[in-house]
Design a protein around this ligand. Sequence first.
Ligand code: AMP
Length: 301
Amino acid sequence: MQVVTEIAELKKAVAAHRVQGHSVGLVPTMGYLHAGHASLLAQARKESDAVVLSVFVNPTQFGPNEDLDRYPRNKEGDLQLAEANGVDIVFLPEASEMYPRPSATRISVGGITDKLCGASRPGHFDGVALVVSKLFHLVGPDRAYFGMKDAQQVAVISRMVEDLNLPVEIVPCPIVRAEDGLALSSRNVYLSADERAQALVLSETLRRAPEWLAEAGGDAEGLKARIRARIGEMPLADIDYVEVLTYPGLAPAFGAEAAESAWIVALAVRFGKTRLIDNRLLTRQEIAEALASPLQAAKGE
Ligand code: AMP
């Protein structure tokens, strides 16, 4: 495994694989790696000859009052996890390597970034789109792997790739959870024992979403109200958003467009200082099944 910190070294290392005709898979991360990141690396390992992992806490995607300075870091642990997952090249740049001077160029994906985390974190997705497009240009991967834990990020990057005809395939990977249901996140390390226990309400409400959608007669507003009420029972929970939208279009979940699309149930909730996000997709089939459930039939009688 090669560990590089400079762009020139990264390009050389990738070129050495390219001359051998190797395909390249890229997994961009901010480090403090866990089993969620490992699942992306495993998928990349299966599909690509050379796996490139980037570990970079990207300052341009953090707002002025966010946790950039205290974002957890563990270089040794990250390198061990990378080695164990068959990574070929680790790119670990300093901020000054990625941004020798502030970027005058912005990459702004419109529309879908107004909602969810884009609404709560202004400028966040511009920073994500900027760093991901820089990484795409530096590595030139055939495929890039992103977790559905950050489903809006997948929608934004996919749209950027489509709009700009970038020659890379975006591979979305499923959310990896702890045994008790909590979605793995580098930020979970901030949680106190009480906060962590109460944070289980996120995965619990997502698990029950199909049933609650049925009970609400397929009405997204009814489902949202039910989820809000349940999360509200947790004294340490402070809701940022509870949304039900189409996916990947992130349009309101009613009307003709919504009837043709998958939906996302997306949550952002603070426990103490820690903001957690989680989500679940509802496929057309799951929505149809919810609506056809015996509960619905009983209502109609
Ligand atoms: P981060 O280091 O948090 O920026 O995440 C890097 C990549 O790992 C992103 O594509 C995330 O969506 C993905 N990721 C983070 N947590 C998980 C998880 N629990 N399951 C699947 N993918 C994840």
